[in-house]
Design a protein around this ligand. Structure first.
Ligand code: ATP
Ligand code: MG
Length: 244
């Protein structure tokens, strides 16, 4: 069971849009995928039409006493299940503070044979939850809008991981890219050298991605031929190759 997190300290960079669309692409490719909505804003749960509620409560889940049959929900896509958000995620953070490293991975032990891939959609913060994410996943997928400030947060994240000796690989990729903008082109051109693990497929800025909120579905279900849907499909293929 591989685990990837869509993570950035920065808000509004496309973590949720990417988590939903990459999970949908992985499911379409035949992988058994679990998407875990770790953000109390519950946007992922909203996109997939699932109520943000953990049956039995977050406490039971973190303590490993939850009944996964009830907590994990099916979605409108074959092969894609969702572990919904809990609005009480402050509680989650406190509960995780008392647990060891990789506890999020431990929590999923009872279902580890049911899924090939787990994708985490994370809130934009540095917390006990995020430290637990770093120690649980195989890599952090970091969406980067091609601007100077967005690159700066990526560097801050790298520094944090280095300072805390956390050996979690950073796999940045570009989102909300506008190739007509000179600054975007310049930033993107400089990135590959600085970030050798950067993924090469960029997600363009496209209004169809914003429509996900109205359609409440991944792009492949309502705009499969759009440039953005194709970009997510290509990004998934690149990821699949890297995961081996
Ligand atoms: N490629 C894109 N093109 C156009 N709009 C996009 C794109 N990706 C995301 N958006 C829009 O930008 C906003 C933020 O995206 P998203 O919610 O995925 O970011 P996020 O990093 O998860 O935010 P948060 O930090 O609040 O969780 C949303 O309104 C979304 O529809
Ligand atoms: Mg989000």
């Amino acid at each position: 069971m591989r685990m990837l997190a869509l993570y950035s300290i920065k808000g509004g960079v496309g973590k949720t849009a990417s988590a939903v669309n990459l999970a949908a692409e992985a499911a379409r490719a035949g992988h058994r995928v679990l998407l875990w909505d770790l953000d109390p804003q519950a946007a992922t749960s909203f996109y997939l039409r699932v109520k943000p509620r953990i049956r039995g409560g977050v406490g039971k889940l973190v303590k490993g006493k939850a009944s996964f049959d009830k907590v994990i929900r099916a979605t409108q896509l074959e092969n894609l299940d969702l572990l919904p958000a809990a609005l009480a995620s402050r509680e989650m953070d406190e509960l995780l503070a008392k647990r060891g490293n990789s506890h999020l991975r431990q929590v999923l032990k009872p279902v580890r044979d049911d899924y090939d891939l787990v994708i985490l959609d994370c809130p934009p913060s540095l917390s006990h939850l995020s430290e637990n994410i770093f120690s649980s996943v195989d890599a952090l997928l970091v969406p980067v809008v091609p601007t100077v400030l967005s690159l700066r947060t990526l560097e801050q994240l790298e520094t944090f991981l280095d300072d805390h000796d956390i050996p979690c690989p950073l796999w940045p990729f570009i989102t909300l890219a506008d190739r007509r903008r000179t600054l975007h082109r310049e930033v993107m051109a400089g990135m590959q050298e600085r970030w050798p693990l950067m993924l090469s497929h960029a997600i363009p800025s496209a209004s169809v991605v914003e429509r996900m909120g109205l359609e409440r579905a991944p792009l492949q279900l309502f705009a499969p031929r759009s440039v953005a849907a194709r970009a997510y499909a290509a990004l998934w293929r690149e990821l699949a190759q890297r995961l081996g």
